[in-house]
Design a binder for this molecule. Structure first.
Ligand code: DLL
Length: 433
């Protein structure tokens, strides 16, 4: 088994929890002293830093939400003066102002360290040629992966997203062995490769580290089969640090959260009650080593569950299940919660269906309706109408039985759904337009 930092990654849990408590206490003291918004939040509920004496006590602390970051836009939650902040990133909000995050020199080192762990966990080494096709810029994907890849001594090709034909030419010419990008972009690359007449066997690609958006197990299988690689899931969010918060190990039974830096909880998103391991809910993360922007109990809005059972890889850090989706992407159709990843899972089990789909939500009268647009393969598309109708009916049936709600399936021409070079847009909600 390969580790980047075996001592930390495989630390006995008792020791790990002692370290977490010490770091949690330091963080709480620091935000109370240096971030007025946290002092106010804690004073409001009558909590002082001295009240935190066990990991259980974390429940006494207030939550932080995206709205708190917005209210303190752009730098109001920073715990360091700007003279100590060496990097700013932001995540593109769909509406209004972006969420702004800052890093000290030490935060950048921590991030590179976490990304080094992640890449090694996914099988990369100094012998790897890593083609980094996550966007470089304000998005944390590009630079986050980049620093970790350099740290392990791999050869990094900073292609960023876009210009896909050129990416593929470089992939072939430079002999890239690891591809890092969103899973939807990986599939798009495959399509372009196919058009260019390049086969996976013409390349040296062995593995991929994919994340930044939800993707189902069936999507993993699709990518692994098409590109003939081993695909790993990587999770992270700007507010906490960026990519590298959690990574799969070769056993792929959940993503290990770097618990020496982050404390994870799962809550019921409605009642805010903390749930037991194994129960599904919203992931809440407290960063306990961040200097510039430490966040207490940040509500990620990502839905998953935690598993503390020892993993066969030897890592002791808690595992989170593959993220089902973000509460914002959840569509509620006649009272039933539907996530794009659930639709994806069903579609990819049906032969003749391509891994490109879109959910369109609309309201007819008082009723919400969900249309699922699905691309079909060239071959099916050129078949007789009857066959298309049969396929449509089959998808309808499968979706209804998996989701528990009727949808309208619309089969669309191959390559008609917009391709993504970054995070794919899976839902169009016409109700608010
Ligand atoms: O997407 C950081 C990242 C970059 C992660 C590259 C992995 C790889 P944000 O733009 O702030 O940061 O978006 C964070 O993306 O709250 C999740 O909803 C979603 N997300 C990230 N990774 C995964 C994943 C980056 N592996 C938001 N599975 C998060 C599902 C993911 N969703």
């Amino acid at each position: 088994m390969n580790y980047w930092d075996q001592e930390k990654e495989c630390m006995p849990r008792e020791e790990l929890e002692k370290l977490q408590l010490r770091r949690l206490k330091e963080t709480v003291y620091r935000v109370y002293a240096f971030v007025p918004a946290y002092k106010e939040k804690m004073d409001d509920i009558g909590i002082k830093p001295d009240d935190i004496n066990s990991l259980e006590d974390i429940k006494k602390l207030p939550f932080t939400t995206k709205q708190d970051l917005r209210n303190n836009y752009p730098f109001g939650l920073f715990a360091l003066p700007m003279s100590e902040v060496v990097r700013i990133h932001s995540s593109s909000g769909t509406t209004g102002k972006p969420t702004v995050v800052g890093y000290s020199k030490k935060d950048i080192d921590t991030w590179a360290e976490l990304m080094a762990r992640a890449l090694v966990s996914a099988g990369a080494s100094k012998h790897s040629v890593i083609q980094n096709s996550y966007g470089y810029g304000l998005f944390t994907g590009g630079l986050g992966i980049h620093y970790g890849a350099e740290k392990i001594g791999a050869s990094v090709i900073p292609t960023s997203g876009g210009n896909t034909k050129r990416q593929i030419m470089l992939m072939q010419d430079f002999g890239s062995t690891v591809l890092t990008c969103t899973p939807s972009y990986a599939l798009f690359m495959y399509e372009v490769m196919d058009e260019m007449g390049i086969k996976p066997s013409d390349l040296k690609l062995k593995s991929g580290v994919f994340g930044a958006e939800p993707w189902s197990e069936n999507m993993r299988r699709e990518i692994e089969n098409k590109l003939e690689i081993d695909a790993f899931d990587i999770y992270g969010l700007s507010e906490i640090i960026g990519p590298g918060v959690a990574i799969e190990c070769p056993f792929k039974k959940g993503l290990h959260i770097a618990e020496d830096h982050f404390i994870a909880e799962i809550i019921d998103p409605i009642t805010e009650e903390v749930l037991e391991d194994g129960q599904h809910g919203e992931l809440v993360i407290t960063s306990v080593t961040k200097e510039a922007l430490p966040l207490l109990r940040y509500r990620t809005r990502d839905l998953t569950s935690l598993n503390r059972i020892a993993c066969d890889c030897g890592r002791t850090h808690v595992r989170m299940q593959k993220v089902l989706g973000r509460s914002d992407d959840m569509v509620i159709i006649r009272g039933v919660n539907v996530f794009p990843s659930m639709v994806e899972s069903v579609l990819l089990n049906i032969p003749g269906v391509e891994p490109h789909y879109l959910l369109v939500v609309d309201r007819k009268g008082n009723l919400d309706q969900l249309e699922v647009q699905v691309e079909v393969s060239e071959q099916i598309f050129s078949d007789e109408v009857k066959k298309l109708e049969e396929l449509g009916a089959l998808i309808n049936k499968e979706l209804e039985s998996a989701l528990g709600v009727a949808t309208r399936v619309r089969l669309v021409e191959p390559k008609s759904i917009e391709r993504s070079e970054g995070k794919a847009k899976r839902v169009i909600d016409k109700r608010n337009i």
